[in-house]
Write a protein that binds this ligand. Sequence first.
Ligand code: BMA
Length: 311
Amino acid sequence: MKPEIVRRYPGNPILTKADIPYQVETVHNAAVVKYGNEYIMLFRSHLRTGRSIIGLARSADGFRFVADPEPFLTPQREGPFGRYEEHGVEDPRVTCIDGEYLITYSAYSRNGVRIALAKTKDFRTVERLSLITEADYRNIVIFPEKFNGLYARLDRPHSEISPWSIWISYSPDLRFWGDSELIMKPVKYHWDEMKIGPGAPPIRTDKGWLSIYHGVFQTMDGSVYRLGVALHDLKDPAKILGVGDSWILQPEALWEVTGYVHNVVFTCGAVPEPDGTVKIYWGGADTVMCVGEAELADLVNLCLVNGRDPV
Ligand code: BMA
């Protein structure tokens, strides 16, 4: 058998609802970052209301995680965030920049889905900063470095006219965002033809910023969520140097093909390691958390050799 570009950890799934000390129905779509000697995972969980909260788990090796006794972020009931979080908080992403950990997450309410930004220094307390989009955005990842003094993020607005594409925006203060530009689109009759969206916050490599994104393909049996890679210029992240033609991961394990939503692998985080590998974390079927390892150089190569057009 040919080796897979992403090697699944044999102990998958690494975190499930059975491991969580409070009542949840799923554990999925988690951000993972290194914090001191620990790996911190912020995961999404459905409650029995059908709405989501965000929990936290810790690990010494990136594979075996133990959940904290209480959830990390639950919908705020009052104030400016309360108005936009009443239906739940979902799919966190974490970026470390200037010693602070920035958390973006989807905030759902009767007013639609917006992206909220929070920060933490210690993964014990969390401070909400701002709602950084209007309605109809999901999947926002912030780059771990500034460009010409500006923060940069990959955006994913909803649009029927130019379906679910990836944009870039910049900000001087994390609050006001602009100079937005469309940089990558789904490709017709390709594995990512229906929707694409940023997955893990971009990872710096010597050839460019590696972005692991998700792509969706519509079948007679519903949508299939897979993962792919794109490479952005180190100095100008709006410039895409290449997009892999093939997916890097598709639902295959039992807990990826069946669960709360079948045929889904969905990433919100990946951790580069000093040995040139990267740990990629993904939710399986919106139900459990999984991890796999890949060589960063292989992922970069996939973008640069016979890639697909970005737009
Ligand atoms: C997307 C989001 C993700 C989810 C995926 C598959 O629209 O809701 O959180 O993993 O669908 O259900």
